[in-house]
Ligand binder design. Sequence first.
Ligand code: KG4
Ligand code: ZN
Length: 365
Amino acid sequence: MLILGIETSCDETAASVVKDGQTLLSNVIATSLAEHSQFGGVVPEIACRHHLEWINRTVNEALTKADILGEELDGISVTQGPGLPGALLVGISMAKAMAFGLGKPILGIHHLQAHLYANFLVDASSQEMPNMEFPYMGLIVSGGHTLLVLVRDVDDYQIVGQTTDDAAGEAFDKVARLLGLGYPGGPVIDSRAKEGNGNAITFPRAMIHEKNFDFSFSGVKTAVLYYLKNNVGLEHGVQSLEDLPQAPSSKLQADLINDLCASFQEAVVDVLVHKSLQSCREFGVRTLSVGGGVAANSRLRERLKEEGVREGLRVLFPPKGLSIDNAAMVAGLGGALFKKGYRSDLSFTALPNWNIETSGQRTAR
Ligand code: KG4
Ligand code: ZN
């Protein structure tokens, strides 16, 4: 079964062809990330224009690299939500036009369900197929979401815990901004943290001892702000990041920035690891699948692998390049859901706030 996947929920325009729900035949990503960095976050208008400009080329390249014609496809899957409304509509319109023109079935896909599915994809050259065993625990950590989800099947998701304020990636981005390290914050904090001491400064581990699986990351960000105010004389009267006239990085020594990065990262990772492992114990699952941009974090990978393996868990992180937004995960999950008989009809629309537990607008045949 050959499925074309299309992804345009945020700032990546992506298309991919996946065979039988698992084997990557192509994975093309055109990102507008650089165009947003000067604004400190994704600007929806810029993202939408970029999608319109790149969507045709990206889809054509995905088909060419997979060495197939549109006629040979068995179906088209596209991210239907959650995401930026205008951005989603570009991908959905492209997918509908192709499905209509080629006479192929179409399916709207949940972006976060797809992030978790990324762990089951393999290269065409791979000899091993990671087997999908249900149930598994899904940890989704991105710029917009932080969730623990019990996955009973490709179409059965239950939220076990979630952030009550900022997402984990958002905290990385805000702290990086505070330190004058630019956007996105995750990759740069990750690499600066390698040069620093994670025990240098103790930042709060919010909700770590509470008997639930929810998270809170806005406190740790504020703690970094107060550390700067109290220790490096951040301007008096600055109460929040939004009030900050300019990044205080010029006043900071490189060593202190490294220690701040490492200590902040350790606080976030501590909570993520603790709650993820605890949720696996509580629900008696043996596999933890991690997805979303923050799944690229090297400290999170190291600690979850180490501590998970100690508890006999199988901890899965996406293959290289598949933790960022991509369409392979959309084509892969599309293949699995098409196989179960799911379809969308051509009247479906974007679901910018689609709850992962609900089935959206698809129908089962
Ligand atoms: O899933 P994603 O590509 O986009 C959505 O938010 O949907 O995630 C982007 C987020 C950003 O907040 C970025 O700072 C974070 O993932 N990120 C990281 C790393 N790489 C990306 N956070 C921590 N460590 C990283 N290595
Ligand atoms: Zn994403």
